[in-house]
Design a protein around this ligand. Sequence first.
Ligand SMILES: Nc1ncnc2c1ncn2[C@@H]1O[C@H](COP(=O)(O)OP(=O)(O)OP(=O)(O)O)[C@@H](O)[C@H]1O
Ligand SMILES: [Mg+2]
Length: 254
Amino acid sequence: MTRRRQVYEGKAKVLFEGPEPGTLVQYFKDDATAFNNKKKGTITGKGVLNNRISEYLMTRLGEVGIPTHFVRRLNMREQLIKEVEIIPLEVVVRNVAAGSLATRLGVAEGTMLPRSIVEFYYKNDELGDPLVSEEHITCFGWANPQEIDELMHLALRINDFLSGLFLGIGIRLVDFKLEFGRWWQNDEMRIILADEISPDSARLWDLKTNEKMDKDRFRRDLGNVAEAYQEVARRLGILPEGGPRDIKGPDTMQ
Ligand SMILES: Nc1ncnc2c1ncn2[C@@H]1O[C@H](COP(=O)(O)OP(=O)(O)OP(=O)(O)O)[C@@H](O)[C@H]1O
Ligand SMILES: [Mg+2]
């Protein structure tokens, strides 16, 4: 295979040109960052696990009619995706108070929200991804009102489906971040789910013990970060007993 041309390197992933026009290869790194890049580290095996977990969740979502960018997994760390024009918003869905919502509004972490909340953050690292309202989004042209409705609708459907899926394996879906993009087919534009869904982008708590099984273990130096990601994969039924090294693929050696 010829060397792929790199399109973008982010904090957790690298994008390469795909084999056909309109496709990209998404490579998952072990690098982890938190607090807008102020804390940096690596979580051994994270890339392999997130590639798998995101593949699994996007495939399940696709089966229930949520359009996603996921095409197929290529190997341990790479997946083929549809190239989209990313809408510069982080769409966050919350079911339980945690993270910035708990801090900003003084709500105790772990408080069940009476209903799920959808929030929008402007994707801009220099500004620290600020919370924005629909007014800001339409005023600055990041998305139009119809697109905002579609984002909300998709985000809530994804939340319903994933909340149930995780509940079934003893995990509470506390909150999660989604990215969407515009995808053109012939002359029609569709909004599809992009980026990743993984313990990097979601808060997952064990239902019985409330133990954190996500990137908060890294953010707060709670230890056993890779083990927590592995446990999520194991419960999803996508991790062979021996750990990530047991998953057959061309790039087992890192
Ligand atoms: N299907 C897609 N088409 C085009 N770009 C995508 C697609 N899916 C995800 N992306 C973008 O690819 C990048 C993935 O890299 P990574 O998550 O490491 O970025 P990041 O460091 O979080 O930076 P950013 O602030 O740009 O998200 C992100 O910028 C994301 O928006
Ligand atoms: Mg990202």
